[in-house]
Design a binder for this molecule. Structure first.
Ligand SMILES: C[S@@+](CC[C@H](N)C(=O)[O-])C[C@H]1O[C@@H](n2cnc3c(N)ncnc32)[C@H](O)[C@@H]1O
Length: 195
């Protein structure tokens, strides 16, 4: 099973429980919401192009971006997550899909948010993922990533549900920064939070 298939199977299994728990935690995440607020302000200032929330889960971050005045839509590999997002936020657009194959024209987006969702991509595939992000962003388009910091090692408390064991990769912020720069991004801000 590929890691993408494992992510889909895992999140399909836990979708309802995740949706009952995580949006409430997001409401308490003052620092995370501060970064999203700055991102939204920058995208609006740049010209207000559409924004994609990649790995959107049950859609609470997409809804937050919408409330911040952005034209945001969500994409998630888990159809169950997408169903929940559509049910909770019927006025917003959510699609099932993989973030490394977005099927969007070049330069379509003013911003991408991948909030706790690149941590399931094998680290060796991140350079090509960032190249795809750069492709679909307009020149100067903004990218905001949220991930668990580490050094590329798998998270020891691996997740298991529905017969699927599935890895979380702890990513080095320095290495992610270098990969982003190689893909054509300029890293302008970084927030490290002790949890
Ligand atoms: C930890 S959850 C984060 C959800 C939401 N962004 C949040 O902040 O709560 C990770 C989400 O990313 C999705 N995901 C993981 N890999 C993906 C990929 N390659 N393409 C699209 N979605 C992906 C999973 O299905 C899951 O819903």
């Amino acid at each position: 099973m590929t890691e993408l298939a494992a992510a889909r199977a895992y999140y399909d299994t836990v979708a309802e429980e995740y949706a009952a728990r995580v949006p409430g935690l997001f409401e308490q995440d003052v620092l995370g919401r501060a970064m999203l607020g700055a991102f939204a302000e920058e995208v609006r200032t740049d010209g207000d192009l559409p924004v994609a929330d990649l790995g959107c889960g049950p859609g609470h971050v997409t809804a937050h971006l919408d409330a911040l005045g952005l034209r945001a839509h969500g994409v998630d590999v888990s159809p169950r997550m997408v169903d929940i997002a559509r049910r909770r936020h019927p006025d917003l657009r959510f699609e099932a899909g993989a973030m490394d194959a977005l099927g969007l024209p070049d330069g379509e987006l003013g911003g991408i948010v991948a909030w706790w969702s690149i941590l399931h991509t094998p680290p060796e595939l991140l350079p090509s993922l960032f190249t795809e992000f750069r492709r679909v962003l307009a020149p100067g388009g903004r990218l905001l990533l949220g991930f668990h910091a580490g050094n590329g090692e798998p998270y020891t408390g691996q997740k298991r549900a529905g017969g699927v064991t599935y890895a979380i990769h702890l990513l080095s912020p320095d290495q992610v920064g270098r990969q982003l720069e190689r893909a054509g991004f300029t890293v302008t801000a970084r927030l490290t939070v002790r949890m």
